[in-house]
Design a protein around this ligand. Structure first.
Ligand code: MF3
Ligand code: CO
Length: 243
């Protein structure tokens, strides 16, 4: 799973380098698919429940599962990019959000920082002896700190030889509740944070989830293992992967 996470993080780095005004989302998607395949892995999303692409690219009020096509990226877009790979049968899943065109306005910057802190805080609780509710509540607390709201109807998940395994990892909850975390467990922790209210709806394409109030939304995700040395982010570029 380290190797899968490493390749995924490398892919994300390359993808993020290609996000610029004028670029077409479908071209970025094609690049990602080729990059993944040329490294001996498979795009995890393509074909998953009929999902047609390698990336999910979710613009502005889109929360997740936006389908890349013919949309041109422009200055001022806030884009969530979600990607998964399968390497040697193991899955990794990660998402980043980027603001296009320089420094984001103050409130957007706050939204992005709140989402990243929520993810970091969830990761910090990914320790043997803690409970699932500790992760969820840590995520929620950070996400809501500046008056933002955390999406309820979509959750993180266990991950391993399938993309979605038990348990579900909600982005809200109560400390000290739920199953105990054990070393060796791996979760995809993925807060989705809205500037407005938490309600979402699905567009007629059957995939794209948008905020019900059309407010902006932000998504960050990492694949994280509980280990005897503490939480380990698997979806990151590693200088050496030895397994
Ligand atoms: N990253 C998403 C998740 O964690 C997966 C995208 S769903 C897909 O659930 F259908 F697009 F693959
Ligand atoms: Co996920």
């Amino acid at each position: 799973m380290r190797a899968a996470g490493n390749l995924l993080a490398l892919t994300m780095q390359e993808v993020l380098n290609r996000i610029e005004p004028g670029a077409k989302d479908g071209d970025v998607d094609r690049f990602a698919e080729e990059f993944i395949r040329s490294h001996g892995a498979l795009p995890a999303f393509k074909g998953y429940n009929g999902y047609p692409k390698t990336l999910c690219m979710s613009f502005n009020e889109q929360v997740v599962h936006g389908i890349p096509g013919n949309r041109r990226i422009k200055e001022g877009d806030l884009i969530g990019i979600d990607c998964g790979v399968i390497l040697n049968e193991y899955y990794s899943d990660m998402a980043r959000s980027v603001y296009v065109g320089g420094e984001p306005p103050r409130r957007i910057k706050q939204l992005m920082e709140a989402t990243q802190s929520a993810l970091a805080s969830g990761i910090e609780n990914m320790r043997e002896g803690k409970r699932l509710g500790d992760v969820s509540s840590a995520v929620q607390t950070q996400a809501e700190a500046h008056g933002f709201s955390v999406v309820r109807s979509l959750v993180g998940h266990g991950i391993g030889t399938s993309m979605h395994e038990e348990p579900q990892v909600p982005n809200y909850g109560s400390p000290g509740t739920g199953p105990e975390i054990k070393n060796g467990m791996v979760f995809a922790i993925e807060p989705m944070v809205n500037m407005g209210r938490y309600a979402v709806k699905t567009l007629p394409d059957g995939w794209t989830i948008v905020t019900a109030d059309n407010s902006l939304s932000c998504h960050f995700e990492n694949t994280v293992a509980a280990t005897p040395d503490g939480p380990e982010i698997l979806s990151r570029v590693q200088s050496a992967v030895n397994i």
